[in-house]
Design a protein around this ligand. Structure first.
Ligand code: ADP
Ligand code: ZN
Ligand code: MG
Length: 478
């Protein structure tokens, strides 16, 4: 990016709440059912049908708000957001306008605070399926599936505190991790349960201006969010430098071209004519209710990260990787509970374990790895029964077969030789086998120590305990 400018970015995330049923009726929200099989008078918007707020949705929204450091409103208030679209049978969406359930929160990304303006509850719309033989521009007709109509969403709106595409990616990653961790949202991007729109403007570095912004939609992976923002920043800089004007508009990201293009301009934007939803009366949210939810919150990943760094001496990056994944967190917490050496365990977990999971596209609990493997591996390392290289081999085998560490060490013949007398025999043999090298070494060519070390490792098939070996070389070569 041209370094005269800096990007200003605010993100709007729609997170689907992990309830059983929809936000204002009892229909299931299960994904992937036959179209229009999870509908009723309420979510089809039939006249006279009355919405009733799903307490679980409220509960999850507050839980998310607390985890995002938000204040929680003291009443529920809903508003009608009016617009016409075929996937919106009522002609309005029930959302929250002036009194969002959560407000004034923040997330910390690399020591920088990104403020969260608000997080409000709303219902999802149905889904248009564009079908029929494609003509020049799109499909011949469209079908509507109302299964999604009324699915509970939490819209989380950040302040424009994000200044690069990479920071946006990190914010989204952290947000998704938190929501998944506290079991509020499954964060499944493919199924649309975590969707993001990005607002982007640019300004001269050092200025505090909030210039005209563009909203980008249609990004369905974190990578495409990053690419879309990057390409939009470039475009705005070019427009600026050619003395053009940036228009407030909504643009769509096209994955294929890697560019954004106009969807609608500000003039075409809807006037939503918000007004209070008369069918839902405000409900008081008591302190007791909030405190109950607060008490149910687990220690959050960001706090665990601090704990791992401060109390257990893990490198920040290592702590970060562990706290990005709920299963890794659970596993590592278990390691700490069982007083297994955390540094050694994290080396085993972060290196070979994660490499294996990535390569085989598995999650930790889809493997046969158990906490006992780690206990025994770390024991074997600490007692120098095996080397770290051997430990990695054992671990890979354990993940695959679930067999015990002892069995694997035996079957692969990986036991380290630590016995002084055994190793000493090897050393003396070598000294006899290479008399000239020994003499050169003794007359000052100390580099040859490496030669003896290497030969010894060869002779013992890599199983010599390096510490014992070093000591023996010190004692005998000189
Ligand atoms: P509106 O009320 O028009 O929806 P908001 O103030 O709610 O606007 O902002 C919507 C999103 O746009 C927020 O995420 C906010 O951070 C972001 N935003 C606001 N102004 C700017 C700007 N100048 N540049 C980039 N993003 C912005
Ligand atoms: Zn329904
Ligand atoms: Mg808005």
């Amino acid at each position: 990016m041209n370094n005269k400018y800096e990007a200003v970015i605010g993100l709007e995330v729609h997170a689907q709440l992990k309830t059983q049923t929809k936000i204002f009726c009892n229909c299931s929200i299960a994904f992937g059912s036959e179209p229009n099989t999870q509908v009723c008078a309420v979510c089809l918007g039939l006249p006279g049908a009355l919405p009733v707020l799903n307490k679980m949705a409220l509960n999850l929204a507050i839980k998310a708000g607390l985890a995002l450091n938000c204040s929680i409103a003291n009443t529920t208030k809903f508003d009608r957001k009016n617009y016409f679209y075929p996937d919106l049978p009522k002609g309005y969406q029930i959302s929250q306008f002036d009194k969002p359930i959560c407000y004034n929160g923040h997330l910390v990304i690399d020591d920088k605070k990104i403020r969260i303006k608000r997080a409000h509850l709303e219902e999802d719309a149905g889904k248009l399926v564009h079908a029929g033989a494609a003509r020049l521009h799109g499909s011949q007709y469209s079908l509507v599936d109302f299964n999604r109509s009324g699915v509970p969403l939490l819209e989380i709106v950040s302040e424009p505190d994000i200044n690069s595409a990479e920071e946006a990616r990190k914010y989204l990653t952290e947000l998704r991790n938190i929501l998944r961790y506290i079991d509020v949202c499954d964060g499944n991007l493919e199924e649309g349960s975590f969707r993001c729109d990005a607002n982007v403007s640019i300004r001269l570095k050092g200025s505090q201006d909030l210039n005209t912004r563009v909203e980008i939609k249609n990004m369905n992976s974190f990578k495409s969010v990053k690419n879309a923002i990057e390409s939009e920043i470039e475009r705005q800089i070019e427009v600026n430098q050619s003395a053009g004007k940036i228009n407030q508009e909504t643009r769509l990201y096209d994955e294929a071209t890697g560019k954004t293009h106009v969807m609608r301009s500000k003039e075409e934007a809807n006037d939503y004519r918000y007004f209070p939803e008369p069918d839902l009366v405000p409900n008081e949210i008591s302190h007791a209710f909030i405190n109950e939810i607060k008490a149910s919150l687990p220690v959050l990943p960001v706090q665990l990260r601090q704990k791992y760094v401060n109390e257990f001496n893990l490198a920040y990056d290592d702590a970060y990787v562990i706290t990005e994944d709920k299963q890794l967190i659970e596993f590592f917490e278990n390691i700490l509970d069982q007083k297994i050496n955390p540094k050694m365990a994290s080396n085993l977990l972060l290196g070979p374990t994660i490499a294996y999971l990535k390569e085989n596209k598995l999650e930790l609990n889809q493997t046969k790895l158990k906490i006992d493997h780690f206990k025994d591996l770390v024991d074997s390392l600490e007692s120098a029964k095996i080397s770290f290289t051997a430990a990695k081999q054992v671990l890979n085998k354990a993940i695959e077969t679930g067999d015990s560490v002892n069995n694997i060490v035996d079957s692969l013949g990986l036991s380290q030789i630590s016995d002084i007398d055994t190793l000493k025999k090897y050393v003396l043999e070598l000294m006899e086998k290479y008399p000239s090298q020994l003499q050169e070494y003794r007359s000052g060519k100390t580099k040859l120590r490496g030669f003896f070390q290497g030969e010894l490792m060869k002779a013992t098939k890599g199983k010599a305990n390096p510490q014992v070996l070093n000591k023996l070389l010190d004692e005998n070569l000189n």
